[in-house]
Each structure stands twice: as C-alpha cells, then as structure tokens.
Write a protein that binds this ligand. Structure first.
Ligand SMILES: *Cc1c(COP(=O)(O)O)cnc(C)c1O
Length: 405
C-alpha cells in the first residue's frame, strides 16, 4: 500500500515548487554573514543597506544586549532542557517577565519561544465554548491560526472577522454577537496594534469604546508597535494616549524592536497568566525560552526604558524616509509607523524592483500575491533607529534610479 502511494508525495511537492517558480512566487533566501544592523553583509554580494528587518531600535547587535546574552550563556549554559513547569523555569525568566510587565505597566507577563506560540496559547487557553472571538481581517497569521486552533479544540467557541479597521463593521459584529443566543460567554475583540503589510495602526480608542459598549475584552498583538509607537515606545496604545490598562491582554514579540532574537509573551492580569501557566499547550509541551535570549531581551527592554531617545530617533528617521520616498515619485501608504509600504500593484514588478534595488546596494523585499491581494503588490521598506541619514539617502537615490519603466 505505502509502496504504491509513496511516489505521490515527492511528485506533488515537485509540482508545487515548480508552479511557484513558474509564477514568480519562489522565495530566494539571502544569506547574511554578519550581525543585523543598518547594513548587512549578504553572501556573494557584500555590504548593503538593510531596509527590511524588524530591528526597529537597532538593538539586535547592541554591545550591551550581546554581552547580556553571553553572560546568560555562561551563567545558565546553552539550554533549559525542559519545559517551564518541569525544571525549565530559571530566575532569568522571572526577571524578564517582571520586566515586560513593568514595561507595559500591567500585573504580569509570561514568555513563550515566539509570539506565534503566545498567540497559539492565549486563544485556546482563555477562550471557551459560548465565547465569540471577533478579529480584524488583516490580523497576523499567528492570530488567525491561534483562533482557528481555539475553535477546533473547543467546540461551540464562535469566531468571525470584521473588515479591516472598519469600526462600523466591528459594531455590527458586536451587536450580532450580543443578539446571538449561542453567545453565552465572553466576547473577545482581537487586533494587531500595527498591521504588518499595510503599516497602518488600529484605532484603539474607537475599538475600546465599542468593547466597553458591548462588554467585550480587547486583545492587542503589538509586535510591530512595541518599541516603536508612542513617545516612550510602549506601543500603539501609548500613541493614542491610552494607558495599558485599557487593553485587557497584550501579546508581543521579543524578535522585533526588543532585541530581535526570538521569543514572545502575553501580558495582562495575574489570573490570566496563571491560567496560561497551567493550561497553555505551547508552554506545557515545548521548551522554555533559552536563558541567553531571556537575558539579552531583558537588557534590550532595559535600554528602551532607559533611552527613549532611540524611539525619538526612529520617529525622526520615519518622517525623513516617508518624505524622501514621496519625492522619488513612488507612493507610500500614509501612517506614523516604521513600516512604509510602496505600492507598485504588480507582483512581478515588485519582485523585479526589489532585485534591482539590491543590485544598487539597497535591501528591500517585494511582497506580492498571495501574501497581499492581487493588484496590491508592494515593496515594504522598514525604518530603524540604526539608520543614519546617509542610509536613507541611499534608498532615495536607488528608488530614483529604478523609477518604474
Ligand atoms: C512578527 C509577528 C508575530 C510573530 O512573532 P514571532 O515572535 O517571530 O513568532 C506575531 N504577531 C504579529 C502581529 C507579528 O507582527
């Protein structure tokens, strides 16, 4: 039986890969030979300006962050060799978790090895049958999958999406949920703080007001907003002048502005965190955050709290970059975030421009269908506090050179 079926799989795999190649969707991985910074060394190419990393505050290779990781490695060794509840909880985990909680100004936080895992922990653990999860249609894939997983584990847990950032659509969903006899439990509204492909932000005050009106809880995944938005980098809620207590639960990553290594977290009430510790499957069955990463990320957050001027420099760079890109004639989607999508519509064009820019020493990735809808292909430029003006000037110069044919 297996003998006759076996060839199907390699053949099918080949067909999929061939069709990706034929339609120009094959992703070519660029190999980097040194640290992440304003510039990176690409294998076979040399040094280029990096405008596609999530290293928003330039902390990925900050000497203090690197040293803290090395010290953690020396003190705790290479691995925990355990999940948290067996023998994988080290004092560095407690330190970073209280650091995250104090960074937000909330009761408690708990780490995971990624924000992907945090999102796959929070919804299946905190939500129950009779609840309704209402999600923005452009939420990150990890939120979508976390919600799907929750609904498949807990029969009778309901879910729906609302049109991206559309408050009247959200109101309709919430009103329908309240009128739905099957909704006997909690209504959850879930949104990214900063949306990764559009670079726009959630209208948190408007969403909060609707949550209050309909008695819903608000979960914000601020992975691209943390360290970036608000005058001290606390995130999208700070940008809107809201205290963290206006958001019921945060999820976020340590893999972007906060050091760029890996790891994610849930932050919020002590009781919810306690339940995640008891019941979250990613933490019960998967190893703890490596201690070296707990130590380097802890240092990264300490630096963000100590040096808000990094956030200010990022904000200045973003303003400079947005104005400069606009002058080249390309149109960049308006927003206050460090994600500057340049819409070029056509997927093949996005890929071609990205290759041409790389030839000019500027590393920017093109995103096309199916990552974004057909006709909305784009170059996604990401700005960092690590950039100096001359790095951004190099981008403008390169964009002016590749000016669409
Ligand atoms: C990047 C991102 C994640 C994934 O974070 P990891 O820690 O790399 O798993 C999750 N959610 C959002 C909104 C993101 O932008």
């Amino acid at each position: 039986m297996t003998a006759t079926l076996a060839p199907t799989f390699p053949l099918r795999t080949k067909e999929i890969l061939d069709s990706l190649a034929a339609t120009g969707q094959l992703k070519l991985l660029q190999t980097i030979e040194g640290p992440m910074g304003a510039t990176v060394r690409i294998k076979g190419r040399g040094e280029v300006v990096c405008l596609c990393s999530n290293n928003y505050l330039g902390l990925a290779n900050h000497p203090e962050v690197v040293e803290a990781g090395i010290a953690g490695l020396r003190r705790y060794g290479a691995g925990t060799a355990s999940v948290r509840f067996i023998c994988g909880t080290f004092d560095c985990h407690e330190r970073i978790e209280s650091r995250i909680a104090s960074f937000y100004g909330v009761d408690a936080a708990y780490t995971f090895t990624s924000c992907w895992n945090a999102n796959e922990a929070i919804f299946p653990t905190l939500c129950e049958a009779g609840d309704m999860i209402v999600s923005d249609e452009l939420n990150h894939a990890s939120i979508i999958d976390g919600i799907r997983l929750a609904a498949s584990i807990k029969k009778g847990l309901l879910r729906c999406v609302y049109r991206h950032s559309d408050l009247s659509a959200l109101r309709e969903r919430l009103a329908a949920a309240r009128a739905n006899a099957e909704v006997t439990g909690t209504i959850w509204v879930v949104t990214d703080g900063v949306f990764s492909m559009e670079g726009d932000i959630a209208n948190l005050p408007g969403i909060r007001a609707l949550c209050d009106e309909f008695g819903a809880l608000l979960v914000v995944d601020d992975s691209h907003g943390t360290g970036v938005m608000g005058s001290t980098g606390r995130g999208t809620h700070e940008h809107w002048g809201m205290t963290a207590t206006k958001v019921d639960y945060f999820t976020g990553t340590l893999g972007k502005a906060l050091g760029g290594a890996a790891g994610g977290y849930v932050a919020g009430s002590r009781r919810a965190i306690d339940l995640l510790i008891q019941r979250g499957r990613p933490t019960l069955f998967s190893n703890a955050l490596p201690c070296s990463v707990a130590c380097s990320a802890d240092k990264a957050i300490e630096i963000v709290m100590r040096e808000p001027e990094r956030v200010a420099k990022l904000r200045d760079n973003v303003a400079y970059a947005r104005a400069g890109i606009a002058r080249t004639g390309f149109s960049v989607l308006e927003s206050p975030t460090a994600i500057c999508p340049i819409i070029v519509h056509d997927t093949a064009k996005a890929i071609r421009l990205s290759r041409e820019l790389l030839d000019l020493g500027v590393f920017v990735i093109g995103f096309g269908y199916p990552v974004v809808p057909e006709g909305h292909a784009r170059l996604r430029v990401q700005i960092s506090a690590a950039h100096e003006r001359h790095h951004l000037d190099a981008l403008f110069k390169a964009l002016a050179t590749v000016k669409p044919a």
